[in-house]
Design a protein around this ligand. Structure first.
Ligand code: ACO
Length: 375
């Protein structure tokens, strides 16, 4: 029996949610190119498209938005729980711990019931941004800002996070980055969510597990690592080149580069960089220049192995420009990926088959127990 390491190239599901052509750098959600969605859609409409398979009409979108806003009423309960957690807990751990608690007094969470899927979806979408914003305010010792239902989703998030309303360019840019991050076929965290839903666990359990999976630095956690790496380096080509050469010599991975599927420039990274340059006109950051120098040098070494810049390279620089602290970057990725995870869980459970892979056993047999005292 052959072992398929990392399940690379092994299809585990038939899905119509998104499509990636890694050779040509194409990404589509429900058949629509990512570029068109970033330009014309917004995160809530896009979430509806991913989860329900169609672009909503005005009434459907309004209802979806109102149902999400209705769940903001739980914010005081969220605040009490976040306050009770250890002060220095990483924001991804806080988020992962909180999502199962969103069930609150749900007696029936059976994932096979349509009404439960919907209730869990809108509640998770409503409360994930609340947890992130409250955790950040508490960590900084600042006053908590409660959600304001008059604001659009991303606008409200940045309002709670920063303690004041922000200019449109900021929340619209953030909204577009959420579209970029919302879905990406069967990546590690989505697969985690699918494994959990295949046991018929509810969406709270699926999303919480997916957040844990996303937190690792080979996946969503890379954006925080890229930021740390860029911040630790001076704006000096020679030193940056030495850093990259050392990393490669030691066979270390350079964060923000490489992808299991893309063997060309990640189309999301291109758009992320464009959004960043656009924001730069409002508020310049020296980090962008450094990132560009780093990228140019890194690609001199990596391109021949078909290793290119991925989405996480520029996202941290962009989030830092919005005043988001680096240890919160991956929580923004998680907030964005919620509709992708949920869409896959709902699709998978329709023709559910419990995930239960097998192994090639390479241990011994008939080895007899030895009492610890005899060793
Ligand atoms: N820096 C240096 N070398 C790399 C990198 C990198 N970022 N990525 C791959 N390689 C090299 C490996 O060293 C290996 O070289 P070898 O054949 O000489 O031993 C070869 O490319 C294949 O590497 P694998 O790790 O087997 O490739 P895989 O497809 O498993 O890697 C991954 C994908 C995990 C994303 C990898 O590129 C990586 O670790 N990148 C850095 C972390 C990162 O940015 N993660 C975010 C990914 S995007 C996302 O999750 C949203």
């Amino acid at each position: 029996m052959q072992v398929y390491e990392g399940l690379a190239g092994i299809p585990v599901v038939k899905s119509s949610i998104s499509y990636v052509d890694g050779e040509n750098g194409i990404l589509e959600y429900r058949g629509i190119p990512i570029q068109e969605l970033v330009e014309n859609s917004n995160f809530l409409e896009l979430s509806y498209l991913l989860i329900f398979g169609k672009i909503p009409d005005e009434n459907e979108l309004l209802k979806f938005e109102l149902d999400i806003k209705e769940n903001l009423k739980y914010f005081e309960r969220i605040l009490d729980i976040v306050k009770s957690l250890p002060e220095n807990l990483h924001p991804m751990k806080i988020l992962q711990s909180l999502v199962p608690v969103f069930a609150f007094d749900d007696i029936d969470t059976d994932i096979m019931k349509e009404e439960n899927k919907y209730r869990q979806t809108v509640r998770i979408m409503a409360l994930v941004p609340v947890v992130i914003a409250f955790s950040k305010r508490l960590k900084e010792g600042k006053e908590i800002v409660f959600p304001d239902k008059n604001f659009y989703y991303t606008e409200n998030f940045l309002y709670m996070l920063n303690g004041k309303s922000v200019e449109k360019i900021y929340w619209q840019t953030l909204d577009k980055t959420l579209i970029l991050h919302a879905e990406h076929t069967i990546n590690a965290s989505t697969f985690t969510a699918m494994v959990v839903v295949s046991t018929l666990a509810d969406l709270y359990a699926c999303v919480s597990s997916a957040i844990g999976s996303l937190s690792g630095r080979l996946h969503g956690g890379a954006n925080e690592e890229v930021y740390k790496m860029l911040s630790s380096l001076p704006n000096d080509e020679k030193i940056i080149r030495e850093y990259i050469e050392n990393k490669l010599k030691n066979k270390d991975k350079i964060m923000g580069f490489g992808h299991r599927i893309y063997k060309t420039y990640d189309p999301r990274a291109k758009i992320m960089k464009y959004l960043l340059e656009n924001l730069q006109k409002e508020k310049p950051t020296p980090l962008l220049k450094k990132a560009e120098i780093f990228e140019k040098i890194a690609l001199e070494y990596l391109e021949e192995k078909k290793i290119y810049t991925n989405i996480d390279f520029y996202s941290g620089v962009l989030y830092s420009q919005m005043g988001i602290p680096s240890d919160f970057f991956t929580t923004i990725f998680a907030m964005a990926r919620v509709p992708g995870w949920i869409a896959h869980c709902i699709e998978y459970v329709r023709n559910n088959k419990l995930f239960r892979p097998t192994q090639v056993y390479d241990g011994g047999h008939n080895i007899h127990y030895k009492d610890i005292k005899s060793l």
